[in-house]
Ligand binder design. Structure first.
Ligand code: FBP
Ligand code: MG
Ligand code: MG
Length: 328
């Protein structure tokens, strides 16, 4: 019989994999994602498309939905009693749990709306989250700077033809599909394994001239197909939402890359370490894949800043190892 997310989490709780606070927090994230799903699904009818007229801390123009989903996320988790604080792509600094609410033992970092450029064209978007243990004492931005290897749980929700919540609590990767009739997330895939080999890659090719030499060489080899040193043909995909790219890699393998480039020296890599690369790398490793910045495993990087950017190579082990070896 199909089990729902609540039942899955109750089992993890009784098996001692998660504690009550984490269980409450994950249930709250699932619930708030249904509210986001509702807004996303109604789009223009709910008046949520277009720009908000504000910029975030990274100088990016915020979409209305970036702001709305950030509010839904904050309000959806702050009351749970599971959090000492939270941090988001859309907030300059962290938000310690307000005194009105009970302080808990965890921190959550999130990208409330991933793939912002897809909002207005009705293409896939998502929400990403990462949960770590909170240190004792006052919570400040520095409290969040622990390596991804220390994550307790991570996941994403993908809003697309189906709404899918993908989760790890450190014992494999599980996917739950939202039943729009009952409002339940139903377990639809478990113990996901990424094939070691692949013939599919994802990279924004329009940036090719800005990449560093090792990435230029590797992508030339992918393009050369069976006439080149890799001896096989590759297909290419680019959805422009990391959630959707990682979801595809988890479902059928592949390599997803967002390398450093020299377009803007202040932005080495586009993706953010704390609430994009770390949670996704945790999921990928839990499914038997690899995730590096070209030099080191992403999960082993010591973060320096809350909104730090990082190069990302993740997915099927053989190809991630190959492109990483070109950097050495
Ligand atoms: O504009 P590009 O180069 O296609 O970038 C797409 C990448 O940017 C992102 O949309 C960044 O995330 P945000 O939308 O949360 O800023 C990734 O999801 C995606 O992989
Ligand atoms: Mg994002
Ligand atoms: Mg975002």
């Amino acid at each position: 019989m199909a089990i729902n997310l609540q039942q899955f989490l109750a089992k993890q709780l009784s098996d001692g994999v998660i504690d009550q606070q984490l269980c409450d927090l994950l249930n709250a994230v699932a619930d708030l994602s249904k509210e986001i799903n509702d807004k996303v699904t109604h789009g223009a009818l709910a008046g949520v498309l277009g720009f908000a007229g504000t910029d975030n801390v990274q100088g990016e123009h915020q979409k209305k939905l970036d702001v709305i989903t950030n509010e839904i996320f904050v309000e959806g988790v702050e009351w749970t009693g599971a959090l000492a604080g939270m941090a988001s792509e859309e907030m300059d600094h962290c938000l310690p749990t307000p005194a009105a609410y009970k302080r808990g033992k965890y921190l959550i970092m999130f990208d409330p709306l991933d793939g912002s450029s897809n909002i207005d064209i009705n293409a896939p978007i998502g929400t990403i989250f990462s949960i770590t243990k909170a240190p004792e004492g006052k919570i400040a931005d520095e409290s969040f700077l622990t390596p991804g290897r220390k994550q307790i749980a991570a996941g994403y929700v993908m809003y697309s033809p189906q709404t899918i919540l993908t989760l790890t609590v450190g014992n494999g990767v599980f996917m739950f599909t939202l039943n729009l009739g009952t409002g339940e997330y139903i377990l639809t895939k478990e113990n996901i394994r990424i094939p070691v080999q692949t013939q599919e890659f994802a990279i924004n090719m329009s940036n090719m001239r800005h990449w560093e030499a090792p990435v230029q060489k590797y992508v030339q080899e992918l393009l050369a197909g069976d006439t080149g040193p890799l001896g096989k043909n590759f297909n290419m995909r680019w959805v422009a939402a990391m959630v959707a790219e990682v979801h595809r890699v988890l479902c059928r393998g592949g390599i997803f890359m967002y390398p450093r480039d020299n377009r803007d020296p202040s932005k080495p890599g586009k993706l953010r370490l704390m609430y994009e690369a770390n949670p996704m790398s945790f999921l990928i490793e839990q499914a038997g894949g690899k995730a590096t910045n070209g030099y080191q495993n992403i999960l082993d990087l010591q973060p320096e800043k809350l909104h730090q950017r990082v190069a990302v190579f993740l997915g099927s082990a053989e190809e991630v190892e190959r492109v990483t070896s070109y950097h050495e």
